[in-house]
Structures are given as C-alpha cells and as structure tokens.
Write a protein that binds this ligand. Structure first.
Ligand SMILES: [Zn+2]
Length: 534
C-alpha cells in the first residue's frame, strides 16, 4: 500500500503541476489587461484545475488511505493531507457547486453595482467613504454612514440562503457545519483560536479604551459633537476598522513624496540579506489603463517564477504595500527546490501573511525611517513618535474590529438567522465600544462583503499579526541583538532557513515552534502594541 500511495502522489503531482502553472499565468494575464478573452481563458483554466479535485473515486481512495494510518514517511503524509484538503470542498454535487458559485457571484455583483440612495440622488460606496473621511458636518456624516448600510438590506436574505446551503453541503461531507469544515481544512483548532481571541480581548481592553477615548475626544471636537455617545458615523470608515489618520496624527506621506518606492523596497530587502532583483524584474509595479488596481503576489510555478503586481504611488500606504507584497514574494522565492511540488508553498495563509506584515510594518518604524528611508535624526525624532502611535492605533483598532467580525461570523453559521441584527450591535458595542444607533433593527452586518465573498477567513489576519510580532521578538532576542532588524543579513538567513525553506512540510504551528521555540503566543503582540505606550 505504501508504494501505491507514493505512486499516486507522484501521478497526482504530475497532473496538477502544469494545471497550476497554466491557471496562474491566465490569472496574471487577466490582471494586466482585463479583456473578455483573458477572462474566458481564466475560467477554463480554473475549471480544468478544479475538475481534478471533483473526482469522486479518487477522493474515496485518498480518504481511505488517510484513515488507514498505514505508516508512510513524513513528507508523504503531509502531501496526502494537503491533497485531501483540496479534494473536500470540491466534492459537492456539480449542480449545487454551480448554484453556490452563482449565488456568490450575484452577491459580489450586488456589492459592485449597488448605488445607495443619498441626498435625493444616488451615491457609490467610494463616494460615501470619501464623505466619512472628509466631511465635518455631523448630520451629513450620519446620512452617509446610514447610506453605506443600505446594501445590507438586499444582501442579508441572499447571504442567509447561501449560508444554509454551505452548511447543508458541509454536513453531507461529514462536518458539523460549514464553519467547522473551514476551520478543519485550514488546520485551525476552533477552540484554541477562540481562546486566543478571548485572551486578546481581555488584554487589549484597557489600552483600546484609552486609545479610543483620546480619539473620540479629538473627533468630537472636530465635528462639534457633545454628549458621551460614540455613534458609528464619528469614524472614517463604515465599520471603524481603520485608524482615522487625517487630522489625528502626523502623516508620513511627506516622507515619501519624492521617494523612489521601488528602490527603497530593494534597499530594505538587500539590507536583511534577501535578493529581490529577479522579483523586481518580473513584477508589474505602476498604474496603467486596464490593469488591476489591487496589489498581490503570485507564485506561478513554485520554481522561482514569482510575480508581484502593485500600483505604486509616492505615499506611505504604497511604501508599506510594496514591503508587504515582497514579503510574500521572498517566502515563495526562497523555497526548497528539493521538496516535492505540493510542499513548496508557505505552511499556511497566516504564515505568509505574517512575513508580509512583519516587513510591511517597517514603513512606520523609526529605525527603518533613518536607515533605509534616509531620514535625518531630527526628522526621525519628530516623526517616530507619531509613526509608532499610528501603527499601534491601527493594530488595536483592527484587532477589536476583527474580534467583532470573527465572533459574529461563527454565530452566523450556527444561529439559524435569529436575532442577528441585535447580536451584531451587541458585539460592536462590546468589542469596538461604539454606541449603537437608537432603535436600529437593520442587517448592518450584511454590508460587510467578506462574509459573503471570503467566508471564514478573517481570523487569519489576526493570527498573521500575532506571528509577525512573535518572529520580530525572536529576531530581537536571538538573531539581531538587541532589537535590530534592518541592515542585518542574519535576519534573512534566519527567515530562509527556518520559515521559507521548510515550506509546507510541517503544519504551521509545528513550523512556528521549530522556528521560535514556542507555539503561537499572543503575548508578543501584546508587548509590542498593547503594553507599549507611545
Ligand atoms: Zn498579504
């Protein structure tokens, strides 16, 4: 049986390798020029790829092997597990799968095309967000905030139907519900993750309260608001997931207004001993008509063809985004070519996010601003306090928002749709300390597109931030003592040997334990951003 399994894995890899490459190239082509021809080719490539994982007989065999506990070597067991995880979600009946995809696409389209009724006319989501960023009249802010929630009314019934279908399909596959299935397929232990979130909630309670008190005072005086309530239209985005920088702390955009962002990215990675010259050659970094407006990194073949797409502008956000995306890229580039194809990937979404976040945070790091961005001591001294304060505020605000969303999403899959509108505001009030609008009974939660389009995913962002902090503190303690990071090639060497080269040969927590000597530990994030005061 052992040799049968290894023969199967080899055969499967031979089938999937070219299909993966083909799909990636089609995805890249579409991102560069969004024409219909490219879109058709991408859909066809995706179908060819997914068809492999739709095969029932093959899945049955893989499941038997997985359950049989035959002694096979470590790398084979790991590959078998990853193959199994890829099969599971594609075992849904083809008609139902098509129905699910249609429903998801419909909701996505609804988000893209919805125009809210506002001030006697219509307004796009971007227009409403712009008002929340800049308007000082509190009445108009409130109207704009309310308008951003209108889409939820249309989305909610469709999303609840979709969730019921996702749940019933997961049950057919032997899981308690879709939420449990997704946690298991992502190799996340639900109990542990929620215990972690509990701890993070408690540990950040006071710091978040203080930060928010300060922020509220500034915003209330800016908008001439009296009273102790903090209604959601006080903040610069519809969910209070971002730190409203404008007018609250000094922006770093001035630092980068004449910078060569690409050169700074190169300088950063070179300084930690990682060569990104080939990655820059393959990247597509500047705005162009018809090109995707997002930023991403794509590992085309697991053999070094790694491509980054960005739309660089000379501001802090793009500096940070470039550092972030090239973090994903070095992870992919420096894989171990002696590992089998299926294991030449990051251990988990959260581990590649952690590397990206660790480097993306640097554009607000005082040491980085001096050593890499070339700021004078005086400028850095003046800016470093506000740079750290901004980063810390961003982290705390995002953390409390993520706790709200992750907790709510679990209820969404297990509640049968009861009292969701009320529950949403209970969570928002408890975790984000926002005053619920009086007598509000609307599906405000459904206006968050992630719930429909990236289900059961948000926890990975938080886990990624935790791992980023854990790595940084390990590096400070053991690699670039004391408290160093940039201008230290040892850092890159450590990352290559302990994070990048192991790929997916271990599950993410085993890899992390081997790399840092401990399991994922929220204490490092807490020490860096919660306990530290600006
Ligand atoms: Zn990322």
């Amino acid at each position: 049986m052992n040799s049968e399994i290894s023969k199967y894995i080899a055969g499967h890899t031979a089938v999937i390798t070219p299909l993966h490459k083909d799909y990636s190239l089609k995805f890249w082509n579409l991102s560069l020029s969004g024409n219909e021809e490219c879109e058709k080719e991408l859909v066809a490539a995706k179908e060819r790829y997914l068809k492999v994982y739709n095969n029932r007989e093959e899945f049955k065999q893989v499941r038997e092997w997985k359950a049989s506990q035959v002694p096979i070597d470590e790398l084979q067991a790991r590959q078998l597990r990853l193959i199994y995880d890829a099969f599971v979600p594609n075992q849904i009946e083809p008609e139902i799968l098509r129905d699910i995809i249609e429903r998801e696409t419909q909701i996505e389209n609804l988000f893209n095309t919805f125009r809210a009724k506002f001030e006697g006319g219509e307004a796009s989501d971007n227009q409403l967000r712009e008002i929340l960023r800049t308007e000082t009249d509190i009445g108009r802010r409130r109207a704009a905030w309310e308008a951003t929630k209108q889409v939820g009314h249309d989305v909610a019934p469709r999303l609840l139907e979709l969730i019921a279908i996702r749940n019933s399909e997961a049950r057919k596959l032997g899981y308690a519900d879709y939420y449990s299935m997704m946690f298991e397929l992502q190799e996340l232990d639900e109990k542990q993750v929620f215990m972690l979130f509990d701890r993070l909630e408690q540990l950040s309670e006071r710091a978040f309260g203080e930060l928010k008190g300060e922020l509220d005072a500034i915003l209330k005086s800016k908008y001439r608001v009296n009273g102790s309530e903090c209604f959601p239209w006080l903040y610069s985005d519809p969910f209070f997931q971002e730190f409203p920088t404008a007018g609250v702390s000094e922006s770093l955009d001035d630092v980068f207004k004449d910078s060569d962002i690409q050169a700074l990215t190169r300088a950063h990675y070179t300084s930690i001993g990682l060569d990104i010259e080939d990655l820059l050659q393959r990247a597509d970094l500047y705005e162009r008509q018809g090109k995707s407006q997002h930023a991403f990194c794509l590992d085309v073949d697991h053999e070094g063809d790694v491509r980054v797409l960005c739309n660089i502008r000379k501001n802090e956000r793009w500096m940070s985004t470039m550092l972030h995306e090239f973090g994903h890229a070095v992870y992919d580039k420096y894989n171990d070519r002696t590992l089998p194809f299926l294991l030449r990937t990051p251990a988990h979404i959260l581990t590649t996010e952690a590397i990206a976040m660790l480097n993306g945070r640097m554009s607000k790091n005082p040491e980085w601003l001096i050593k890499i961005a070339g700021l004078s001591q005086a400028d850095a001294g003046r800016l470093s306090k506000s740079a750290f304060k901004t980063l810390r505020s961003e982290m705390l605000i995002f953390l409390r928002w993520a706790i709200t969303l992750v907790r709510f999403e679990r209820k969404l899959y297990r509640s049968g749709g009861e009292n969701l509108n009320r529950l949403w505001w209970e969570y928002v009030e408890r975790f984000q300390k926002i005053t619920p609008p009086p007598n509000r009974d609307q599906a405000d939660w459904a206006s968050k597109n992630h719930l429909a389009t990236s289900p059961v995913y948000y926890q990975n962002y938080v886990l990624g931030e935790l791992m980023a902090s854990q790595l940084l503190r390990y590096i400070h303690r053991e690699i670039a003592k004391p408290d160093g990071y940039v201008e230290n090639p040892e850092v890159g060497f450590y990352l290559i040997e302990n994070i990048f080269r192991p790929g997916a040969r271990y599950d993410w927590n085993t890899m992390l334990r081997r790399a840092t000597g401990e399991d994922l530990n929220p204490q490092h994030f807490v020490a860096q951003f919660v306990e530290a005061s600006a």
